[in-house]
Design a protein around this ligand. Structure first.
Ligand code: FAD
Length: 441
């Protein structure tokens, strides 16, 4: 990471997060109109900085926070003022206001001695690879390495439980977090879901039920996990493996509903949404109760439609490659891999991550070494989202007087070109959202 260049002030960690809750709609509090000074995540939500990860709900000892699902806005932490004792824990573990990415941060201790670079983060081993099992590779989002790592970790006894996510069998537009304890349950989670999920609510179960857990999640989940581990010794002891998924942006549930309507389907009739079907890069498959099925090729559906239905907070997160994970995985978007059944990027960041990859080769994983430049080249589009667009959007949001998250250690100085890209991105988001809402209400 390069040194932080503080070209604009931030509201994160300031009085903006300590104030009246329940003062109106969208505050995240459950009793509108009450004016009670509380230091809760409700203020993070109302500032537009909530990452919807669910860490707050898991760590609240009072059980005062629930994650409320909405097709248009995703997940909202709702704080019960009756149950809340104003202890402030939910804010302490909330990654929404930002996170320290400097070398002094405790999670960086785990990376001591590892080379590090802006965007790539710290690494000990870089590889391209795929699941050795052809079926796992074919049916995975990329090379099936996430499923192979988790199944391998289970089989070799590194962990006995895996926190992952799968599509909710009762709501085709919703993703649910699950604890998987068999290879079959891990397989049921495979595939990327371009949707929000409060994976970290299951950290509550980790506190309650002894075991050795792995957690797989987006960068926001891993950030929440590390903050929760800082707060809670049992989480430090029990979550022994964090697998991070590269992430440009995720989508809101409504994205799949709009995709269905565009494809001539009744969104209310959807029984199954698969965001990345078999093979690589895979298709978005939509199925309905009346037996209709549509395959929308990736990335056509992703590029234009996603623009309108991305949680705004994603645009202010610079952590593309899950820097706080033990192992990060993504798509190896390089010309030489097109036409294959799927190849993944793998970044082992900690000693534990390196050891696990060694243990899983070759039975579970087939790997070839990669150079830092190749790894970055495989993420050209994500780099643009998470650096020039991130910086431009951040600058614009600050200009508008809105709260921005703070990431000490991340380069935030924006150039004129970044601001132009930011403005273009904002316009694109607004136009696609308006068009989508107009044509597919
Ligand atoms: C929202 C999102 C954005 C992404 N952006 C990029 C990107 O910009 N560049 C890039 O190279 N790759 C990106 N990826 C990663 C890529 O799509 C694959 O998920 C990754 O390469 C792993 O593939 P695999 O075949 O190894 O995983 P699989 O073996 O198919 O397993 C996927 C695992 O991911 C977990 N998972 C899926 N969706 C979610 C979710 N929404 N939240 C938490 N966990 C989830 C599942 O529990 C499952 O265990 C993104 C993925 C997601 C979900």
């Amino acid at each position: 990471m390069s040194a932080r260049a503080d070209d604009d002030a931030t509201l994160a960690g300031s009085a903006a997060f300590v104030g009246p809750v329940g003062a109106g709609p969208g505050t995240g509090a459950d009793s509108p109109g009450a004016v009670v000074a509380r230091t809760t995540v409700a203020s993070v939500y109302s500032s537009g900085l909530c990452m919807q990860c669910g860490t707050c709900a898991a760590l609240c000892k009072q059980g005062a926070i629930t994650m409320r699902w909405n097709v248009r806005t995703g997940l909202e932490p709702v704080v019960s003022l009756e149950a809340c004792n104003d202890c402030g824990t939910c804010l302490e573990v909330c990654p929404g206001p930002g996170l320290d990415f400097t070398d002094g941060a405790w999670w960086r201790e785990r990376n001591r001695g590892a080379p590090s670079a802006d965007f790539l983060g710290p690494w000990r081993r870089l590889a391209f690879g795929w699941a050795t099992d052809a079926e796992v590779r074919y049916r995975g989002a990329s090379g099936g390495v996430a499923t192979a790592i988790l199944q391998g970790a289970l089989a070799t006894g590194s962990v006995d439980s895996v926190i992952a996510c799968r599509m909710d069998p009762d709501n085709a537009l919703e993703v649910e977090p699950v604890i998987a304890r068999t290879p079959e349950e891990i397989s049921a989670c495979r595939g990327s879901k371009y949707n929000v999920v409060a994976t970290n609510v299951l950290l509550r179960r980790v506190i309650e039920e002894p075991g050795r857990y792995a957690l797989i999640g987006l960068p926001c989940h891993i950030q929440g996990l590390r903050l929760a581990q800082r707060r809670h010794p049992l989480l430090r002891e029990r979550v022994v493996l964090a697998v991070g998924i590269f992430c440009g942006w995720t989508g809101l549930p409504q994205m799949a509903a709009v995709a269905a309507r565009r494809a001539g389907l009744d969104a209310d009739d959807l029984t199954s949404v698969t965001y990345r079907g078999p093979d690589w890069p895979g298709v978005m498959r939509l199925e309905t109760a009346s037996g209709e099925c549509r395959d929308l090729p990736y990335p056509d559906y992703y590029v234009d439609m996603m623009y309108g239905y991305v949680p705004t907070r994603c645009r202010f997160c610079p952590d593309a490659l899950a820097e706080l994970a033990d192992i990060s995985v993504g798509d190896a978007w390089l010309d030489r891999f097109y036409g294959t059944p799927g190849v993944s990027d793998l970044i082992a960041r900690t000693d534990a991550g390196v050891r696990l990859l060694e243990d899983l080769e070759p039975e579970w994983l087939t790997l070839e070494e990669a150079r830092p430049g190749d790894m970055v080249d495989s993420q050209v589009e994500t780099y643009v989202m998470k650096r020039p667009i991130y910086r431009g959007r951040r600058w614009l949001r600050r200009l508008a007087g809105r709260a921005v998250p703070d990431y000490p250690g991340v380069q935030i100085t924006s150039t004129a070109a970044d601001r132009l890209r930011g403005a273009h991105d904002l316009a694109r988001q607004v136009v696609y959202k308006a068009l989508g809402d107009l044509r597919y209400p």
